[in-house]
Design a protein around this ligand. Structure first.
Ligand code: GDP
Ligand code: IMO
Ligand code: MG
Length: 429
């Protein structure tokens, strides 16, 4: 396998965990480069389901080194809980995982601020995962964040005091909610010292050395292009860059290390949280198109991190074309084809329409996107099951026609097709 960046190219939850897990045996290293415990990546092997938030999706494989890069924001309690679950399942996570010394830590006051802001925004809320992601990235760019390496530095106490004073000022004076106590921070710091410091490493150096030695590297993205802080539906986005380019800065490596970019997307579209979604058919707020309901129910569309129901809609080729460009996607992995089984017809959004004008690309303004209507192509559906198919020959002609059309309208070849949640439910092209 080539050194590959695997990224989501819709609004997250495209099946990155599944694809990364199944590619991992061909890689020596799996490296996460952005996001934090807002991610929920699901791996299904037989009857065993594992949901990972921070630990890279290569962790189940012996001989695969998993790295967490400086571009991520790490909540010590979450990663320790994940490590303990893996340890209990017999995975020697301590041997397989290393965390960058430059990682930013998410502390309890970040979550308190995230929650207070969402409540204050009311109807205009972003619908964050509540994991403190935005406030942690803000502290990073404001140059006051606490990094893993700070746990072994003398002035940690002063930094915490300053951050806590500033956050509590906002919480009490502006949001009129309870302040965060120092004890809760100290408990997390203690946990991080005990459990994360032994895994701390210079991740950039490891990658540099291992690349020189010929190792194959798989870069694992979180979220998706439409949640990217620059290229997504701003401000209804996450607080990091999710495009493939973020892998470089989020791990401390050069672009020459990347040989291919795998864009992962569902054969339809989902979104969890607020913000524009042009092809939306179904949501918990009253949109109840029967095809959208079919996608939500058959696709079990509930968030892997928050359990919230996901909004569903048709495949949006405008979104995927945008991602192919801004994330530099060289090949597509289409997931959840099986969820389309049984639909009488399937629609592809190939462009948008706004005030009688045809739009071929995503406008920068979320309000403008909100007022776009999709231009659809309608293709025949199929009644046969594609669930678990492992060869193209097992696919109905209508499914093959759809895939060919996706390649044409997205201007990108499909290299993998997922037909079920299990690691083995896959077709390689
Ligand atoms: P990620 O965040 O991109 O890793 O995706 P999530 O794990 O949040 O959500 C994807 C969901 O779809 C998980 O429950 C997967 O087990 C499931 N899944 C992945 N690929 C397929 C597929 O091809 N078919 C079906 N039916 N489920 C899939
Ligand atoms: P994975 O890696 C789907 C969404 C949230 C919200 C917005 C901002 O599993 O694909 P945040 O907590 O990041 O400040 O929330 O981003 N979001 C995701 N949606 N999958 C994810 O991750 C997500 N991570 C964040 O729902 O709309
Ligand atoms: Mg997910």
């Amino acid at each position: 396998m080539k050194n590959t960046v695997a990224v989501g190219i819709q609004w997250g939850d495209e099946g990155k965990g599944k694809i990364v897990d199944l590619l991992a045996p061909q890689a020596d290293i799996v490296a996460r480069f952005q996001g934090g415990p807002n991610a929920g990546h699901t791996l299904v092997i037989g009857n065993e389901k594992t949901v990972l938030h921070l630990v890279p999706s290569g962790i189940l494989h012996e001989g695969t080194l998993c790295l967490i890069g400086n571009g991520t924001v790490v909540a010590p309690e979450t990663i320790v809980e994940e490590m303990d679950t893996l340890l209990a399942a017999g995975i020697p996570v301590g041997e397989r995982l290393r965390i960058s010394d430059r990682c930013q830590l998410i502390l309890p006051y970040h979550r308190a601020l995230d929650a207070a802001r969402e409540v204050a925004k009311g109807k205009g809320r972003i619908g964050t995962t509540g994991r403190g992601i935005g406030p942690a990235y803000e502290d990073k760019t404001a140059r006051r964040g606490i990094r893993l390496i700070d746990l072994v530095c003398d002035d940690l106490d002063r930094k915490i005091e300053e951050n806590l004073a500033w956050t509590n000022f906002q919480l009490t004076e502006y949001f009129h909610v309870e302040p965060v106590g120092r004890e809760s921070i100290d408990a997390v710091i203690e946990l991080a010292r005990a459990r994360l410091l032994p895994l701390m490493a210079d991740v950039s150096q490891i990658l540099f050395d291992r690349h020189k030695a010929g190792d194959v590297i798989l870069f694992e993205g979180a979220q998706g292009t439409m949640l990217d802080v620059d290229f997504g539906t701003y401000p209804f986005v996450t607080s990091s860059n999710t495009v493939a380019g973020a892998a470089m800065a989020g791990l401390g490596v050069g672009p020459g290390m990347v040989q291919s970019v795998l864009g992962i997307c569902k054969a339809y579209t989902t979104r969890v949280g607020a913000g524009p979604f042009p092809t939306e058919l179904y949501n918990a707020d009253g949109m109840d198109d029967p095809s959208g309901k079919h996608l939500a129910e058959k696709g079990h569309e509930f968030g892997a991190t928050t359990g919230r129901p996901r909004r569903t809609g048709w495949f949006d080729a405008v979104v995927v074309r945008h991602a192919v460009r801004v994330a530099g996607v060289t090949e597509l992995a289409i997931t959840k084809l099986d969820v389309l089984d049984g639909l009488p017809e399937v629609k592809l959004c190939v462009a948008y329409e706004k005030d009688g004008q045809r739009l071929e690309s995503i406008p920068a303004d979320a309000r403008m996107l909100e007022s776009c209507t999709p231009v659809y192509e309608t293709l025949p559906g199929w009644s046969d099951s594609t669930f678990g198919a492992t060869s193209v020959a097992q696919l109905p002609q209508a499914a093959r026609t759809l895939l060919k059309r996706i390649e044409e309208v997205c201007e990108c070849p499909i290299s993998m097709l997922s037909t079920g949640p299990d690691r083995d439910h896959i077709i390689h092209f």
